[in-house]
Design a protein around this ligand. Structure first.
Ligand code: PXP
Length: 249
């Protein structure tokens, strides 16, 4: 069964809009876990626009499942990760002006630097993932630097589903690209995760990718929770995954 990691950054976005101490990310995470989330993801951005340092420490204490820390490969955040020791760290590219993570990390272009960061995180007992585009060269580089997992960027998959439709050539080609990169990752011994832009409508197809371990989904769930409550929003996403897991083609 494919697992669901829920990204709760945008619970913190609401809180930071008023610089209040609510809504609580700890309470939100507990509800997600109650509804079946297998892990909780937060992105401690360099500009601290949503998740704050204290959130990461609080979640590490309170979670019953796993904590996945998304992070840029900068020394300040690496030090925090080494101190908190989340279950997983996912290295992502980060630009200050972007609304959300744009594109995957160029692992192939900075192999030596990333290899030493991976090594440091792994020595602290953290399972290390790389957020990459569905690209063979990047998959190969992740295996070479000894990463444990890849998270395949599904932003384009989601955008093409919306723009051209589920049966379109553009969408099918992107799905094929993801399937091929995923197969190469699994072949190299990497754990396979995927995320970004996944929602209640576009999730079904990607459940067919063989050996998928986990999806990380945030914005769609938090948006839906405005109308249905967080617990129900997580449950419905989990139902789609459960219904379509094991339908590998
Ligand atoms: N995975 C990674 C690496 C991300 O950066 C994000 C966005 O924070 C997500 C998954 C979740 O994306 P979304 O919020 O679009 O579901």
């Amino acid at each position: 069964m494919i697992k669901l990691g829920v990204n709760i950054d945008h619970i913190a976005t609401i809180r930071q809009a008023r610089k209040e101490d609510f809504p609580s990310v700890v309470q939100a995470a507990a509800l997600c876990e109650k509804a079946g989330a297998d892990s909780i993801t937060v992105h401690l951005r360099e500009d601290r626009r949503h998740i704050q340092d204290k959130d990461v420490y609080d979640l590490k204490e309170s979670l019953r499942t796993k904590l996945n820390l998304e992070m840029a490969a900068g020394e300040e955040i690496i030090k925090i990760a080494l101190d908190v020791k989340p279950d997983y760290a996912c290295l992502v590219p980060e630009k200050r002006q972007e609304l959300t993570t744009e594109g995957g990390l160029d692992v192939a272009g900075q192999q030596a630097n990333l290899a030493s960061i991976v090594e440091r995180l792994k020595q602290a007992g953290i399972i290390v993932s790389m957020f990459i585009d569905a690209d063979m060269e990047q998959v190969k580089a992740c295996a070479e630097i000894n990463a444990d997992c890849v998270e395949i960027h599904t932003g384009k998959y989601a955008a093409y589903f919306k723009k051209f439709g589920g049966g379109s050539t553009e969408f099918e080609n992107e799905y094929k690209r993801i399937s091929e990169a995923s197969a190469a990752a699994v072949e190299s011994g990497l754990i396979l995760n995927a995320g970004h832009g996944l929602d209640y409508k576009n999730l079904e197809k990607i459940c067919q990718v063989p050996s998928m371990n986990e999806f990380n989904i945030g914005f769609a769930i938090v948006s839906e929770s405005v109308f249905k409550g967080l617990e129900q929003a997580v449950k419905e996403m989990k139902e789609i995954i459960n219904k379509n897991s094991g339908n590998e083609k």
